[in-house]
Design a protein around this ligand. Structure first.
Ligand code: AMP
Ligand code: MG
Length: 489
């Protein structure tokens, strides 16, 4: 009876990862929790996954999304991986996560369904395997906001309160997030096998990754090299997309880089208010390794770590393999810059001809000098005709806007629709740090989830001009670079 009801939801598990060599995982059951209670279910997302929660009462959903009850065909595992954390190599793995299985939609799209905060695993090290409600809600909100912004990301399906406290500096309410990803294969997964010099496992992982994410490479003459090129392309596009909306990931360790090209692991992430390439929000990133403007360099660094793992699969002769990899990265910086400019041209509504790059640089220089708000500046130029606000009366900006308008006039004559382009690429709203903190505070401290739900709903349509001049667009007083976030443990 119970299982029948669970079956009504429509989970269709078909596990392929468990066919990989055992070294890559451990069979782990979620540790039961005392009194699970559903706080959030993402019904619109569930529908797109061909899941239906409507016939099932919340108490049953709480059992499922806490891991207290398992669905049929769920083969629960925790995945092994390694990673460079702030530059230092460590063996890691899912220390507080269990993969329930791979759900296949009716259109045969495959998604990992994972519980995060589900208890200890063989990879927990000193950790308790649990997650606190605040960071779980933060991941839910920011990942859904990223989806709304049109940026590849893991998503959030549900949040369950466990009814147990987790011990951090203080006792905090515990929670479990159901995370959905096109897979959880990380650069660190490859590093795990490579560090052990377990080339059989490495090769199996490579073939599996290609089959799951890059099927077009199945018949490639050099699949490892082509995989490197494809992952490089995906990561480059992803990080440029982050920079488009002012996103600072905050902890771009190689274990937090998904080879699928989805944003993963929302810990100390945040969005820029004032534009600064040096912006860092993570309380533990003392040296600014993962600052806003360092993200391209770190992407390059992380991809080189990925390349290292693939060397033995690229060519038996290491020297030849290194030459091939060097060739892949020979023009990385110029390629990244070209793509970045192409993204910035869209933000300022230009076609990228002539001195358009100078216009981009001049605007950013003005923004950085005065600490202009990243989102609102681009939003203003996409939607405003007149610029009466104080900051826009500064000489640099007045000069810029005059030259920019001349250029827009030229483009208009050519039939180029600058404003549509800008409005598609410049969000009106982002999850501003103070607003995020405020809805989290209401949810965690005051037990009021409604402002959180309202905010998540608003963030579904971040490009909508109806949010102009709304409280979501206003830059809160005292905002800026002093804001700090903490690792979501
Ligand atoms: P993160 O900073 O969330 O990317 O986590 C880095 C590593 O620490 C991963 O291997 C996590 O599984 C592990 N980890 C983080 N928090 C906990 C926890 N509370 N208990 C066990 N492992 C954890
Ligand atoms: Mg992580």
């Amino acid at each position: 009876m119970f299982q029948d009801k669970i079956n009504d939801i429509g989970f269709c598990f078909d596990n392929t990862y468990t066919g990989l060599p055992e070294a890559l995982m451990s069979g782990v059951l979620p540790q039961p929790v005392k009194s699970p209670e559903v706080l959030l279910v993402n019904r619109s997302f569930a529908k797109s996954l061909d899941l239906n929660f409507s016939k099932v009462e919340d108490s049953l959903l709480a059992q499922i999304f806490s891991g207290n009850s398992l669905c049929k065909n769920s083969k629960t595992i925790s995945q092994a991986y390694a990673g460079h954390q702030f530059g230092f190599f460590t063996n890691l793995g899912d220390g507080r996560a269990v993969l329930l299985g791979e759900h296949k939609t009716k259109k045969q799209k495959r998604f990992d369904i994972q519980l995060k905060g589900s208890g200890k695993t063989p990879y927990s090290r000193q950790g308790d395997g649990r997650a606190a409600l605040g960071p779980v809600l933060r991941e839910y909100l920011v990942s859904e906001a990223m989806f709304g912004l049109g940026i590849p990301t893991t998503r959030a399906l549900a949040v369950v309160k466990t009814g147990e406290d987790v011990m951090r500096e203080n006792p905090l309410p515990g929670a479990i997030l159901t995370r959905v990803a096109s897979s959880h294969i990380r650069i660190g997964t490859f590093q795990f096998a490579a560090a052990k010099k377990d080339y059989k496992t490495l090769e199996a992982l490579m073939k599996y990754t290609i089959k799951r994410h890059f099927a077009e490479l199945i018949d490639s003459k050099n699949p490892a090299l082509d995989l490197l090129k494809s992952v490089t392309k995906k990561q480059t596009n992803l990080v440029i997309n982050w920079m488009r909306v002012g996103f600072v990931h905050g902890v771009m360790n190689t274990d937090n880089v998904a080879v699928s090209g989805e944003t993963i692991d929302y810990g100390p992430c945040a969005f820029l208010d004032s534009y600064s390439r040096e912006a860092v929000f993570s309380s533990i990133d003392y040296a600014g390794r993962y600052s806003f403007g360092n993200q391209p360099i770190i992407t390059h660094w992380n991809l080189l770590r990925f390349a290292e793992t693939l060397l033995p699969l690229i060519d038996k002769n290491q020297k030849t393999a290194i030459e091939m990899v060097t060739d892949v990265f020979s023009d990385f910086d110029s390629m990244f810059k070209k793509k970045w400019f192409s993204m910035m041209f869209k933000k300022v509504g230009l076609s990228g001809v002539g001195d358009d790059d100078v216009l981009v640089k001049r605007l950013l220089a003005w923004m950085e000098k005065g600490g202009a708000d990243y989102t609102n500046t681009f939003c203003d130029i996409s939607t405003k005709k007149d610029f009466y606000e104080k900051q826009y009366l500064q000489e640099d900006f007045v000069g810029w806007i005059k030259d920019w308008k001349i250029r827009l006039g030229e483009l208009k004559k050519e039939g180029f629709d600058s404003f549509t382009l800008m409005q598609k690429n410049n969000p009106v709203i982002i999850p501003r740090n103070q607003m995020v903190e405020s809805v989290l505070y209401e949810a965690v401290t005051n037990n009021n989830i409604n402002p959180f739900i309202d905010f998540v709903n608003v963030l579904k349509q971040p490009y909508d001009v109806r949010w102009l001049d709304s409280k979501y667009q206003t830059v809160p007083k005292g905002s800026g670079l002093g804001y700090k976030t903490f690792c979501g443990t």
